[in-house]
Every structure is written in C-alpha cells, then in structure tokens.
Design a protein around this ligand. Structure first.
Ligand code: SAH
Length: 243
C-alpha cells in the first residue's frame, strides 16, 4: 500500500484475474519503468473478500436475463480494504457506460499519486456498489470487452508514459496525437526511397521552420479529414480563446 513521500505513482487493480498483471505492462517502456521503480503496480484479488467457503463473487441478475452480476458486498469489502481516501487518489470503475477516456483525463490521472481501478467481469457490477462507493466510471471506447482488465491496462499504459523519467525525450510528448487537440503528423525514416516512394522533400531540407510549418499543416489536414469531431471541438475552443 502506498504511503510516504517516497512512494511512486501507483496503480492498484481490483480484479478476479490477478494473473493478467502485469501482462503487457511488464514489457518495454512501462515494464522498464516498473522495474526501475518509477511507478508501482498492486493487484487485489476480489475473490479474497468472498464470505462463503465456495468464494462466490457473483449471482444471477434480479429481473432475469443472461449471465451473472458481481455482488456488491464482496466488491465493496475489497474496495474498503484497499482505498486510503484522499485528494491524490482516484477510484475508478472501468465500464462501457463510463465517460470515454481522453488524453486530457489521462494527464490528470497521471498527476495523482494513486489510481484504484475496479475491473468488472460477467454482465457487470451491481449498481449499488458503484453508487455507494462513488466509483467514477471510465470507458476505453464504444465496444464491449469481456472484462475490465484490458481496459485497466490501456488506462495505466497511457498514464505511465506521462510520468517523469519514463519517456526518454519528454519534448516528443507535446507533439503527439490529441495533446493539442490534433492528430499527429506522419513519420518517415530510412530507407529513402522505398518501393519507389519518396520521403517528402521538406523533411530532408534541414530547414526547421519549414519542417515545423509542414508538420503543423499535415496534422491539421489529418484531423479535419479523419476526425471532424476533434476538428470542430478545436475550432470551437479557438473561437472561445479569441473572444
Ligand atoms: N453487460 C455490459 C458489458 C459487461 S462486459 C454492457 O452491456 O454494458 C464486462 C466488464 O468488462 C464490464 O463490467 C467492464 O468492467 C468491462 N468493460 C467492457 N467493455 C469496456 C469498455 N469499453 N471500457 C471499459 N471497461 C469495459
């Protein structure tokens, strides 16, 4: 459990499948950062909080219908044993009914000290547990996963790469997709040409101002074409800034 000023940014995952962690978070950028103590990962097995000898965590839905529902009493016991409470802790339930995750929200969450992430399984979690423990619901997209664990991995990965010291050249982060409300410009590397395709001339010019302008224009064009929703939001934000 994180305590004291020396504790790094910590993700605590409440799950029925702790063996799914660290999973992809144990490799590459996030894995190296985990190993070197730039962040910490804890898993709490929700099943440890089941009261009966069969360790039951779910039951049939009231009102009928398919599947099973996670019991509120077992989940609440797991949450109560885990949360410390306090401003710098966020208590989140991964759910397709939640607010869609954005880079802005990822930034805010990476600035906290600890995330407690509740992963659902089966048909989902009893609504009363969500309300009684005031779980903030976050979705990773308009599609249905079989459980909250892959969504937790997505959220943690997005936060970890923003933590100080994790990405080698933090300047690179400012240009990335969504940071300025734009998609990123296209990238090129060797060889050139490749299969008869040339790298855009301007990128070989060494002219930093022209390169910056070209990248900016490509980013705006990509956003306008591919994500008119982002583009409109950005124009709206600019109009407010100007006014
Ligand atoms: N019956 C539910 C889906 C349950 S999926 C419905 O139709 O809305 C089982 C669990 O997977 C959920 O409780 C949630 O924790 C997780 N999950 C599924 N899709 C998700 C998404 N898009 N974002 C975040 N979590 C998701």
């Amino acid at each position: 459990m994180p305590d004291g000023p020396g504790t790094p940014w910590t993700a605590t995952v409440l799950t029925l499948f702790p063996e799914m962690f660290p999973g992809p978070l144990g490799a590459s950028l996030a894995g190296k950062a985990l190993e070197s103590g730039l962040w910490a990962l804890e898993c709490v097995d929700i099943r440890d909080f089941a009261g009966d000898k069969h360790r039951t965590v779910d039951d049939a839905p009231f009102g009928g219908g398919p599947g099973m529902v996670m019991r509120p009493d077992v989940l609440a016991a797991a949450i109560d044993a885990t949360v410390a409470g306090g401003e710098d802790e966020a208590l989140i339930h991964l759910s397709p009914r939640g607010a869609p995750l954005t880079q802005a929200r990822v930034r805010e969450l990476s600035a906290r000290r600890r995330l407690v992430l509740v992963c659902g399984r089966f048909e989902g979690v009893d609504e009363r547990a969500i309300q009684a423990r005031e779980l903030e619901e976050i979705s990773v997209g308009d599609y249905v996963l079989s459980g909250g664990e892959p969504a937790a991995v997505v959220l943690i990965d997005a936060c970890v790469r923003l933590l100080p010291g994790v990405v080698g050249a933090p300047d690179g982060l400012a240009d990335e997709s969504f940071e300025a409300g734009l998609l990123e410009y296209p990238h090129y590397t060797r060889p050139n040409p490749w299969e008869g395709r040339e790298v855009p001339e301007v990128l070989l010019s060494g002219h930093h101002e022209r390169i910056r302008t070209w990248r900016r224009e490509r980013a705006e064009e990509a956003t306008r074409r591919r994500r008119p929703d982002l583009w409109r939001r950005r124009r709206g934000a600019e109009a407010v800034d100007d006014g």
